[in-house]
Design a binder for this molecule. Structure first.
Ligand code: ATP
Ligand code: MG
Length: 397
Protein backbone atom coordinates (compact mmCIF):
# COMPACT_ATOMS: atom_id res chain seq x y z
CA UNK A 1 0.00 0.00 0.00
CA UNK A 2 1.48 3.32 -1.01
CA UNK A 3 1.44 6.02 1.65
CA UNK A 4 1.85 9.70 1.02
CA UNK A 5 1.63 13.01 2.85
CA UNK A 6 -0.63 15.75 1.57
CA UNK A 7 0.35 19.24 2.72
CA UNK A 8 -2.57 21.53 2.06
CA UNK A 9 -2.12 25.25 1.66
CA UNK A 10 -3.31 27.69 4.24
CA UNK A 11 -3.50 31.32 3.19
CA UNK A 12 -1.57 30.71 -0.05
CA UNK A 13 -4.73 29.20 -1.47
CA UNK A 14 -6.23 32.71 -1.43
CA UNK A 15 -3.44 34.20 -3.54
CA UNK A 16 -4.05 35.20 -7.14
CA UNK A 17 -1.55 35.68 -9.93
CA UNK A 18 1.54 35.55 -7.77
CA UNK A 19 0.58 32.31 -6.09
CA UNK A 20 3.35 30.40 -7.81
CA UNK A 21 6.05 32.34 -6.02
CA UNK A 22 4.56 31.44 -2.65
CA UNK A 23 4.18 27.81 -3.64
CA UNK A 24 7.81 27.65 -4.79
CA UNK A 25 8.95 29.08 -1.49
CA UNK A 26 6.85 26.63 0.49
CA UNK A 27 8.12 23.62 -1.46
CA UNK A 28 11.67 24.84 -0.99
CA UNK A 29 11.18 25.19 2.77
CA UNK A 30 9.59 21.76 3.04
CA UNK A 31 12.37 20.12 1.01
CA UNK A 32 15.02 21.77 3.12
CA UNK A 33 13.38 20.47 6.25
CA UNK A 34 12.71 16.92 5.10
CA UNK A 35 16.16 16.48 3.61
CA UNK A 36 17.34 15.55 7.09
CA UNK A 37 14.77 12.78 7.33
CA UNK A 38 15.14 10.92 4.05
CA UNK A 39 14.29 10.95 0.36
CA UNK A 40 10.91 12.20 -0.79
CA UNK A 41 9.34 12.99 -4.12
CA UNK A 42 7.27 16.13 -4.51
CA UNK A 43 4.61 17.41 -6.81
CA UNK A 44 1.82 19.93 -6.45
CA UNK A 45 -1.71 20.05 -7.61
CA UNK A 46 -5.06 21.38 -6.42
CA UNK A 47 -3.72 23.61 -3.60
CA UNK A 48 -1.79 20.68 -2.20
CA UNK A 49 1.79 19.52 -2.11
CA UNK A 50 2.09 15.77 -2.48
CA UNK A 51 5.01 14.38 -0.54
CA UNK A 52 5.84 10.80 -1.30
CA UNK A 53 8.41 8.99 0.84
CA UNK A 54 10.96 7.04 -1.17
CA UNK A 55 13.00 4.09 0.04
CA UNK A 56 12.54 3.94 3.79
CA UNK A 57 11.98 7.61 4.68
CA UNK A 58 10.18 7.81 8.02
CA UNK A 59 6.71 9.19 7.40
CA UNK A 60 5.93 9.68 11.09
CA UNK A 61 9.02 11.82 11.57
CA UNK A 62 8.21 13.76 8.43
CA UNK A 63 4.73 14.59 9.73
CA UNK A 64 6.20 15.77 12.99
CA UNK A 65 8.62 18.17 11.35
CA UNK A 66 6.06 19.50 8.85
CA UNK A 67 3.88 20.65 11.74
CA UNK A 68 6.00 23.76 12.22
CA UNK A 69 6.36 24.82 8.60
CA UNK A 70 4.55 28.10 7.96
CA UNK A 71 2.31 28.17 4.91
CA UNK A 72 0.78 24.75 5.51
CA UNK A 73 -2.86 24.74 6.57
CA UNK A 74 -3.25 21.01 7.17
CA UNK A 75 -1.19 17.87 6.87
CA UNK A 76 -2.73 14.54 6.01
CA UNK A 77 -1.26 11.09 6.00
CA UNK A 78 -2.98 9.02 3.32
CA UNK A 79 -2.95 5.75 1.44
CA UNK A 80 -3.32 6.17 -2.32
CA UNK A 81 -5.50 3.93 -4.49
CA UNK A 82 -6.80 3.93 -8.00
CA UNK A 83 -10.11 5.73 -8.33
CA UNK A 84 -12.30 2.72 -7.87
CA UNK A 85 -14.53 2.52 -4.80
CA UNK A 86 -14.24 -1.26 -4.55
CA UNK A 87 -10.47 -1.07 -4.46
CA UNK A 88 -10.60 1.45 -1.63
CA UNK A 89 -13.20 -0.60 0.22
CA UNK A 90 -11.04 -3.72 -0.02
CA UNK A 91 -8.21 -1.92 1.79
CA UNK A 92 -10.19 -0.18 4.52
CA UNK A 93 -9.80 -2.99 7.05
CA UNK A 94 -6.03 -3.16 6.77
CA UNK A 95 -5.18 0.50 6.36
CA UNK A 96 -7.48 1.92 9.00
CA UNK A 97 -6.86 -0.77 11.59
CA UNK A 98 -4.24 1.12 13.64
CA UNK A 99 -6.46 4.19 13.81
CA UNK A 100 -9.79 2.48 14.40
CA UNK A 101 -9.28 -0.74 16.30
CA UNK A 102 -9.16 1.03 19.66
CA UNK A 103 -11.41 3.97 18.83
CA UNK A 104 -15.03 4.23 19.93
CA UNK A 105 -16.53 6.64 17.44
CA UNK A 106 -15.88 7.84 13.90
CA UNK A 107 -17.32 9.73 11.02
CA UNK A 108 -16.58 9.81 7.31
CA UNK A 109 -15.88 12.86 5.21
CA UNK A 110 -15.71 12.51 1.47
CA UNK A 111 -14.62 15.01 -1.13
CA UNK A 112 -14.85 14.53 -4.85
CA UNK A 113 -12.81 17.08 -6.72
CA UNK A 114 -12.75 14.83 -9.77
CA UNK A 115 -16.33 15.29 -10.88
CA UNK A 116 -16.11 12.42 -13.37
CA UNK A 117 -16.05 9.94 -10.47
CA UNK A 118 -19.43 8.15 -10.61
CA UNK A 119 -20.38 8.53 -6.93
CA UNK A 120 -21.23 11.91 -5.42
CA UNK A 121 -19.70 12.92 -2.09
CA UNK A 122 -22.74 12.06 0.07
CA UNK A 123 -22.95 8.64 -1.59
CA UNK A 124 -19.27 7.99 -1.01
CA UNK A 125 -19.73 8.99 2.59
CA UNK A 126 -22.65 6.64 3.06
CA UNK A 127 -21.00 3.67 1.37
CA UNK A 128 -17.64 4.15 3.03
CA UNK A 129 -19.35 4.46 6.43
CA UNK A 130 -20.92 1.06 5.83
CA UNK A 131 -17.59 -0.46 4.83
CA UNK A 132 -15.94 0.90 7.97
CA UNK A 133 -18.71 -0.53 10.14
CA UNK A 134 -18.44 -3.90 8.42
CA UNK A 135 -14.74 -3.99 9.25
CA UNK A 136 -14.96 -2.48 12.72
CA UNK A 137 -18.39 -3.38 14.10
CA UNK A 138 -17.51 -2.11 17.60
CA UNK A 139 -17.52 1.50 16.34
CA UNK A 140 -20.31 4.02 16.75
CA UNK A 141 -20.96 6.92 14.40
CA UNK A 142 -20.63 10.39 15.86
CA UNK A 143 -20.91 13.15 13.30
CA UNK A 144 -20.38 15.99 15.80
CA UNK A 145 -17.47 14.89 17.92
CA UNK A 146 -15.92 11.74 16.47
CA UNK A 147 -12.72 10.32 17.86
CA UNK A 148 -11.50 9.56 14.34
CA UNK A 149 -12.49 11.19 11.07
CA UNK A 150 -11.97 8.97 8.08
CA UNK A 151 -11.45 10.98 4.92
CA UNK A 152 -11.66 9.92 1.34
CA UNK A 153 -10.70 12.39 -1.34
CA UNK A 154 -11.22 11.62 -4.98
CA UNK A 155 -8.60 13.81 -6.60
CA UNK A 156 -7.41 14.16 -10.21
CA UNK A 157 -4.74 11.56 -9.77
CA UNK A 158 -6.07 9.05 -7.30
CA UNK A 159 -8.24 8.20 -4.31
CA UNK A 160 -6.72 9.25 -0.99
CA UNK A 161 -7.84 7.52 2.18
CA UNK A 162 -6.84 8.98 5.51
CA UNK A 163 -7.47 8.75 9.23
CA UNK A 164 -4.87 11.24 10.33
CA UNK A 165 -5.03 14.97 9.77
CA UNK A 166 -2.92 17.49 11.65
CA UNK A 167 -3.57 21.21 11.73
CA UNK A 168 -0.64 22.99 10.11
CA UNK A 169 1.27 26.01 11.39
CA UNK A 170 -0.66 28.36 9.08
CA UNK A 171 0.69 31.72 7.95
CA UNK A 172 2.93 32.35 4.95
CA UNK A 173 6.11 30.51 3.92
CA UNK A 174 9.20 31.90 5.61
CA UNK A 175 11.06 34.03 3.09
CA UNK A 176 8.03 34.95 1.01
CA UNK A 177 7.77 38.36 2.69
CA UNK A 178 11.46 39.29 2.74
CA UNK A 179 13.71 39.45 5.77
CA UNK A 180 13.78 41.33 9.05
CA UNK A 181 16.03 41.75 12.04
CA UNK A 182 14.65 40.75 15.43
CA UNK A 183 16.01 42.49 18.51
CA UNK A 184 16.29 39.41 20.66
CA UNK A 185 16.73 39.76 24.41
CA UNK A 186 16.72 36.83 26.77
CA UNK A 187 13.14 37.40 27.86
CA UNK A 188 9.79 35.89 27.01
CA UNK A 189 8.52 38.48 24.57
CA UNK A 190 11.05 38.81 21.80
CA UNK A 191 11.17 35.13 20.73
CA UNK A 192 7.38 35.25 20.51
CA UNK A 193 7.61 38.39 18.38
CA UNK A 194 10.06 36.61 16.08
CA UNK A 195 7.78 33.60 15.77
CA UNK A 196 4.82 35.81 14.89
CA UNK A 197 6.65 37.64 12.13
CA UNK A 198 8.16 34.45 10.70
CA UNK A 199 4.57 33.28 10.48
CA UNK A 200 3.87 36.23 8.20
CA UNK A 201 6.56 35.02 5.84
CA UNK A 202 9.62 36.91 7.04
CA UNK A 203 13.06 35.44 7.36
CA UNK A 204 13.89 36.36 10.96
CA UNK A 205 17.52 36.90 11.88
CA UNK A 206 18.45 38.06 15.37
CA UNK A 207 20.49 40.86 16.86
CA UNK A 208 21.48 40.79 20.50
CA UNK A 209 23.37 43.35 22.57
CA UNK A 210 25.75 42.25 25.31
CA UNK A 211 27.60 44.22 27.94
CA UNK A 212 30.38 42.14 29.42
CA UNK A 213 31.45 42.08 32.19
CA UNK A 214 28.07 43.41 33.38
CA UNK A 215 26.37 40.62 31.47
CA UNK A 216 27.79 37.11 31.56
CA UNK A 217 28.73 34.54 28.95
CA UNK A 218 25.87 32.50 30.36
CA UNK A 219 23.37 35.21 29.51
CA UNK A 220 24.63 35.26 25.95
CA UNK A 221 24.43 31.48 25.70
CA UNK A 222 20.86 31.63 26.87
CA UNK A 223 20.02 33.92 23.96
CA UNK A 224 21.87 31.64 21.56
CA UNK A 225 19.83 28.76 22.93
CA UNK A 226 16.69 30.75 22.15
CA UNK A 227 17.92 31.21 18.58
CA UNK A 228 18.47 27.51 18.31
CA UNK A 229 14.94 26.85 19.55
CA UNK A 230 13.47 29.41 17.19
CA UNK A 231 14.89 27.59 14.15
CA UNK A 232 12.10 25.07 14.63
CA UNK A 233 9.70 27.66 13.18
CA UNK A 234 11.96 30.25 11.57
CA UNK A 235 14.38 27.95 9.75
CA UNK A 236 18.04 28.95 9.71
CA UNK A 237 18.89 32.06 11.72
CA UNK A 238 21.82 34.46 11.54
CA UNK A 239 22.71 35.75 14.99
CA UNK A 240 24.44 39.12 15.41
CA UNK A 241 25.98 39.71 18.80
CA UNK A 242 26.83 43.36 19.41
CA UNK A 243 29.31 44.51 22.05
CA UNK A 244 27.40 47.21 23.89
CA UNK A 245 29.45 47.86 27.04
CA UNK A 246 31.20 51.02 25.91
CA UNK A 247 28.00 52.59 24.70
CA UNK A 248 26.25 51.82 27.95
CA UNK A 249 29.12 53.27 29.94
CA UNK A 250 29.07 56.36 27.77
CA UNK A 251 25.37 56.76 28.46
CA UNK A 252 25.99 56.31 32.17
CA UNK A 253 28.77 58.90 32.17
CA UNK A 254 27.14 61.49 29.95
CA UNK A 255 23.37 61.41 30.20
CA UNK A 256 20.84 62.05 32.97
CA UNK A 257 19.93 58.83 34.70
CA UNK A 258 16.18 59.08 34.26
CA UNK A 259 16.63 58.78 30.46
CA UNK A 260 19.10 55.87 30.45
CA UNK A 261 16.78 53.15 29.24
CA UNK A 262 15.20 55.05 26.39
CA UNK A 263 18.56 56.35 25.17
CA UNK A 264 19.95 52.84 25.35
CA UNK A 265 17.02 51.53 23.31
CA UNK A 266 17.56 54.28 20.74
CA UNK A 267 21.22 53.35 20.40
CA UNK A 268 20.25 49.70 19.95
CA UNK A 269 17.92 50.76 17.18
CA UNK A 270 20.60 52.91 15.55
CA UNK A 271 22.92 49.91 15.46
CA UNK A 272 20.10 47.77 14.04
CA UNK A 273 19.58 50.45 11.33
CA UNK A 274 23.16 50.02 10.20
CA UNK A 275 22.97 46.24 10.11
CA UNK A 276 19.68 46.45 8.20
CA UNK A 277 21.20 48.76 5.62
CA UNK A 278 24.34 46.71 5.20
CA UNK A 279 22.72 43.26 5.13
CA UNK A 280 19.46 44.24 3.43
CA UNK A 281 16.83 43.73 6.11
CA UNK A 282 13.54 45.48 5.45
CA UNK A 283 12.32 45.87 9.02
CA UNK A 284 13.18 45.69 12.69
CA UNK A 285 11.14 43.47 15.03
CA UNK A 286 10.89 43.94 18.79
CA UNK A 287 9.04 42.26 21.64
CA UNK A 288 7.67 45.51 23.01
CA UNK A 289 4.22 45.47 24.56
CA UNK A 290 2.46 48.73 25.32
CA UNK A 291 2.63 49.77 28.98
CA UNK A 292 4.55 46.67 30.08
CA UNK A 293 7.41 48.69 31.58
CA UNK A 294 8.51 52.34 31.74
CA UNK A 295 10.37 52.11 28.44
CA UNK A 296 7.24 50.89 26.70
CA UNK A 297 4.84 53.71 27.40
CA UNK A 298 3.47 55.53 24.39
CA UNK A 299 5.92 58.41 24.81
CA UNK A 300 8.90 56.14 25.37
CA UNK A 301 8.02 54.01 22.35
CA UNK A 302 7.65 57.20 20.33
CA UNK A 303 11.19 58.20 21.29
CA UNK A 304 12.61 54.78 20.44
CA UNK A 305 10.69 54.68 17.20
CA UNK A 306 12.08 58.05 16.14
CA UNK A 307 15.55 56.49 16.00
CA UNK A 308 14.46 53.84 13.51
CA UNK A 309 15.09 54.17 9.79
CA UNK A 310 13.11 51.04 8.98
CA UNK A 311 9.58 49.97 9.81
CA UNK A 312 9.49 48.58 13.34
CA UNK A 313 7.19 45.58 13.81
CA UNK A 314 5.94 44.97 17.33
CA UNK A 315 3.60 42.02 16.96
CA UNK A 316 2.99 41.63 20.71
CA UNK A 317 2.25 45.31 21.27
CA UNK A 318 -1.42 44.67 22.08
CA UNK A 319 -1.00 41.44 23.99
CA UNK A 320 -0.76 40.99 27.73
CA UNK A 321 1.90 38.93 29.43
CA UNK A 322 -0.37 35.92 29.88
CA UNK A 323 -1.13 35.74 26.18
CA UNK A 324 2.53 36.16 25.25
CA UNK A 325 3.53 33.51 27.76
CA UNK A 326 1.03 31.07 26.33
CA UNK A 327 2.56 31.38 22.87
CA UNK A 328 6.03 31.14 24.34
CA UNK A 329 5.13 27.78 25.89
CA UNK A 330 3.55 26.60 22.68
CA UNK A 331 6.64 27.37 20.60
CA UNK A 332 9.01 25.88 23.16
CA UNK A 333 11.03 28.94 24.18
CA UNK A 334 9.48 29.56 27.59
CA UNK A 335 11.74 27.33 29.70
CA UNK A 336 14.84 28.97 28.29
CA UNK A 337 13.38 32.48 28.54
CA UNK A 338 12.79 32.19 32.26
CA UNK A 339 16.35 31.14 33.10
CA UNK A 340 17.54 33.82 35.48
CA UNK A 341 20.42 35.43 33.58
CA UNK A 342 20.84 39.17 33.44
CA UNK A 343 20.15 41.28 30.32
CA UNK A 344 22.05 44.44 29.45
CA UNK A 345 18.79 46.35 29.92
CA UNK A 346 19.05 45.79 33.64
CA UNK A 347 22.57 47.22 33.77
CA UNK A 348 22.57 50.82 35.06
CA UNK A 349 18.81 50.82 34.94
CA UNK A 350 17.48 54.00 36.54
CA UNK A 351 15.63 53.91 39.86
CA UNK A 352 13.13 56.44 38.63
CA UNK A 353 12.86 56.32 34.84
CA UNK A 354 10.89 59.04 33.09
CA UNK A 355 7.74 57.36 31.89
CA UNK A 356 6.70 60.19 29.59
CA UNK A 357 9.83 61.54 28.00
CA UNK A 358 9.44 63.88 25.05
CA UNK A 359 11.69 63.45 22.04
CA UNK A 360 13.10 66.95 22.61
CA UNK A 361 14.14 66.03 26.15
CA UNK A 362 15.73 62.81 24.96
CA UNK A 363 17.63 64.46 22.16
CA UNK A 364 18.85 67.12 24.57
CA UNK A 365 19.89 64.40 27.02
CA UNK A 366 21.89 62.66 24.29
CA UNK A 367 23.59 65.83 23.11
CA UNK A 368 26.47 65.83 25.63
CA UNK A 369 28.16 63.01 23.80
CA UNK A 370 28.75 61.98 20.22
CA UNK A 371 27.72 58.33 20.06
CA UNK A 372 28.15 57.93 16.31
CA UNK A 373 31.73 56.73 16.28
CA UNK A 374 31.05 54.18 19.00
CA UNK A 375 28.01 52.94 17.13
CA UNK A 376 30.13 52.31 14.04
CA UNK A 377 32.72 50.52 16.14
CA UNK A 378 30.07 48.34 17.75
CA UNK A 379 28.76 47.35 14.33
CA UNK A 380 32.27 46.56 13.18
CA UNK A 381 32.99 44.37 16.20
CA UNK A 382 29.70 42.52 15.99
CA UNK A 383 30.12 38.76 15.96
CA UNK A 384 28.06 36.71 13.57
CA UNK A 385 26.98 33.14 14.12
CA UNK A 386 24.63 30.84 12.21
CA UNK A 387 22.01 28.57 13.68
CA UNK A 388 20.69 25.82 11.44
CA UNK A 389 17.40 24.04 11.76
CA UNK A 390 17.78 20.72 13.53
CA UNK A 391 21.30 21.29 14.84
CA UNK A 392 21.88 21.33 18.57
CA UNK A 393 25.04 23.16 19.49
CA UNK A 394 24.24 25.18 22.61
CA UNK A 395 24.33 23.37 25.91
CA UNK A 396 23.08 25.14 29.01
CA UNK A 397 22.58 23.20 32.18
P1 ATP B 1 11.64 40.31 26.40
O1 ATP B 1 10.74 39.39 27.13
O2 ATP B 1 11.59 40.18 24.93
O3 ATP B 1 13.06 40.28 26.94
P2 ATP B 1 11.45 42.39 28.09
O4 ATP B 1 10.22 43.01 28.57
O5 ATP B 1 12.27 41.55 28.98
O6 ATP B 1 11.07 41.65 26.77
P3 ATP B 1 12.55 44.87 27.58
O7 ATP B 1 13.76 45.07 28.39
O8 ATP B 1 11.33 45.52 27.97
O9 ATP B 1 12.41 43.36 27.42
O10 ATP B 1 12.86 45.17 26.07
C1 ATP B 1 11.88 45.33 25.10
C2 ATP B 1 12.40 44.87 23.77
O11 ATP B 1 13.67 45.45 23.46
C3 ATP B 1 12.66 43.38 23.76
O12 ATP B 1 11.49 42.66 23.49
C4 ATP B 1 13.68 43.26 22.65
O13 ATP B 1 13.06 43.30 21.38
C5 ATP B 1 14.51 44.51 22.82
N1 ATP B 1 15.69 44.24 23.67
C6 ATP B 1 15.84 44.44 24.97
N2 ATP B 1 17.06 44.07 25.41
C7 ATP B 1 17.71 43.61 24.33
C8 ATP B 1 19.03 43.06 24.11
N3 ATP B 1 19.90 42.91 25.09
N4 ATP B 1 19.35 42.70 22.85
C9 ATP B 1 18.46 42.83 21.85
N5 ATP B 1 17.24 43.33 22.00
C10 ATP B 1 16.85 43.72 23.22
MG1 MG C 1 8.87 42.88 27.33
Amino acid sequence: MKEIILAKYGEIALKGDNRNTFEDMLVKNIKRRLKKIGKFEYFRRQSTIYIEPLEDADIEQALESLKNVFGIGAIQRCAVFEKDFDVVAANVGEYLKPALENAKTFKVEAKRSDKSFPLKSPDIQQKLGDVVLDNFPHLGVDVHNPEVTVRLEIRDNGAYLSAQRIIGAGGMPVGSSGKALLMLSGGIDSPVAGYMMAKRGLVVDCIHYVSPPYTSERARMKVEKLCEEMTEFCGNIIFYCVPFTELQEAIRDNCPEEYFTVIMRRLMVKIANKVCKRDKYGAIITGESLAQVASQTLSALGCTNAAAEFPVFRPVIGMDKIEITEISRKIGTYDTSILPYEDCCTVFSPKHPRTRPSLEEIIAAESNFDFDKMIDEAVEKTEVKRFRYGEKTVFLE
